[in-house]
Design a protein around this ligand. Sequence first.
Ligand code: OAD
Length: 253
Amino acid sequence: MITETIPQIVYEKLKSSRTIGVFTGAGMSAESNIPTFRGNEGLWKKFKPEELANFDAFMRNPELVWEWYSARKKIIHGSKPNPGHFALAELEQLIDEVIIITQNIDNLHRRAGSTTVYELHGNIERNYCIKCGEHYSDDVILSGSLPPICTKCNGLVRPDVVWFGEYLPQDEFSASENAARMSDVFFSLGTSGIVYPAASIPHIAKYAGAFIVEINPETTPLSEIADITILGKSGIILPEIINELKSIKNEGT
Ligand code: OAD
C-alpha cells in the first residue's frame, strides 16, 4: 500500500513489536541539510563517485579526494540531528529493542541518542593510516595539511568510509543481517535502496517475515517489498508515528 497518511495497521504492528529494525539512507539526513547522493540536488549529480569515492582514485589523487572529504566533514560537523533522528532515539523508550542499520556516515543517529547503531558504510568522523592502521580524529586531520600523513609510519591517512568496490565492515554487516531477521517491524527510511550489499538488508527482513514500512517522498525499488510506503519526509512522519505510539501506550490500549 502506498499512502500519504499513516495507516492504523502501523500502530497495531508497532504496539505488539519486541524488536524494530531501522534501515536508513541519506534522505534521513536531508532535513539536517546534508545533501543526498541521487535526485536533482544529489552529490553524484555534481561529482563523479569514480573520481572521489574509490581507493584507486584516492591513490591517484589523494589531494582531490581529501579536498572533497574535508568539505563534507565540515558540512557534517556543522549539521545537527533532525526530528526524525530524535524520534528514532525516543522509540527506544517505547519498544524493547530498536536497532539502527545506517548507510549514512554522518554519525547523526548516535548524536541524537540512538544506542544500537550499525554503520554499514563507515563514519566520516573517523580516519586511519592505510599502511599501519593508526587512527586519527578529525580535530588532528582538519588542523593539518592535506593529504594527512601518518606520524607513525609516514603512510597516507584516509577517511574511515567504505568506498565503491570495497567490502563492508563484516561485523556490522552480519549484525545487521541478524537484526533484520529478528525484526517484527522493519523501517526503510530515506534510501533509494539500490546500493548493494547494504540494500539487501530490507529484503532479508522481508524474507524473515517482518512488517516493512518505507518512508520516502517517492517510491523506490524497496516499495515493491514494503507492506506500507508512506510518501513523506522522515523528519515529519517519524515524530508523528512516535507521538501517536506514545499516547497509545500511555492509554494502555
Ligand atoms: P540516495 O541519495 O541514493 O537516496 C536518498 C533517498 O532519500 C531518495 O530516495 C530520496 O527520495 C529520499 N529522501 C530525500 N529527502 C528525504 C526526506 N526528507 N525524508 C525521507 N527520504 C528522503 O541515498 P542512499 O540511498 O543513502 O554509498 O544511497 C546509498 C549509498 O549510495 C550511500 O550510502 C553512498 C551512495 O553512493 C557509499 O558512499 C558507499
